[in-house]
Design a protein around this ligand. Structure first.
Ligand code: ZN
Ligand code: MN
Length: 254
């Protein structure tokens, strides 16, 4: 049984793993969110699942089905909620999903759970879901949870190589060079290079306004240019990130 996808295992085979080699379980989290005219709505979920897959292969782990709906898109890091197709959940919904997942994996005997985030806006609600899930499970549990944003595993040297004209920061890296390059590596048939817009970098004030101002955001939804993206950069990023996440799993748990 060589699959890393949990949902391809029978419960019997899954139970055998949980009582046998006790693999780390990855829970990728993403979003259904506009990513410009050149990338698919599922980009954040597709990338978190792809990175989880690569890391799971390296550590002998299992990948649970991705939580594919994220917290509400914000103008400064995802373009905002006004785009057709962006389909988001309330914080309580995301927190509840993560809390339930933590409790269920603990019940299965998972002792290393890796919540692997691919959508900027999810971060604090994943933390809350993990915290409440562990509180449900109680202090006697053996489960530890690692939570991470995959882009934090990119080294400064690699970012300098990928962004020779300067790194705009991960918030503005929406549907831009990083995500487009990684999609060219993992899912090249889903990328429309001919449709990359010239927008960006977006220039936001140091405050937010509610209801959100859609006119702050480039009409394409891209916050900085994706020109300069290519599959070789995507491969470099994907390999660095998956190798360093694997290393974190080897050393970071109790
Ligand atoms: Zn994204
Ligand atoms: Mn996103």
């Amino acid at each position: 049984m060589s699959t890393v996808w949990m949902n391809e295992l029978s419960w019997v085979d899954y139970q055998a793993r949980m009582t046998g080699d006790k693999p780390p379980v990855f829970l990728p989290v993403g979003a259904l969110e506009q990513h410009g005219p050149h990338l698919p709505l599922g980009t954040d979920a597709l990338l978190s699942a792809a990175v989880a897959f690569d890391a799971a292969v390296r550590v002998g782990g299992l990948v649970a089905p991705t939580l594919s709906y994220g917290y509400k898109s914000q103008p400064k890091c995802g373009g905002g909620q006004h785009f057709c197709g962006t389909t988001s959940v309330d914080a309580a919904t995301l927190i509840g999903s993560v809390r339930d997942a933590v409790r269920e994996f603990a019940r299965h005997g998972v002792n290393r759970l890796v919540v692997l985030n691919g959508h900027y806006e999810n971060q604090w609600f994943l933390i809350e879901g993990i915290d409440l899930g562990l509180r449900d499970v109680g202090p006697g549990a053996t489960l530890e949870v690692m939570r991470l944003e995959y882009w934090d595993f990119m080294t400064p040297a690699t970012l300098t190589h990928v962004f020779p004209e300067g790194f705009p920061g991960f918030a503005l890296e929406h549907a831009a060079v990083m995500e487009t390059s990684m999609m060219l590596h993992y899912h090249p048939s889903l990328v429309r290079l001919d449709l990359i817009p010239d927008d960006g970098p977006a220039d936001f004030p140091p405050y937010d306004i509610y209801p959100a101002r859609s006119d702050w955001v480039p009409p394409s939804g891209v916050l900085s240019s994706a020109r300069g993206a290519d599959a070789a950069k995507g491969r470099l990023l994907a390999q660095e990130v998956s190798a360093r996440i694997a290393q974190a799993i080897a050393t970071g748990f109790r």
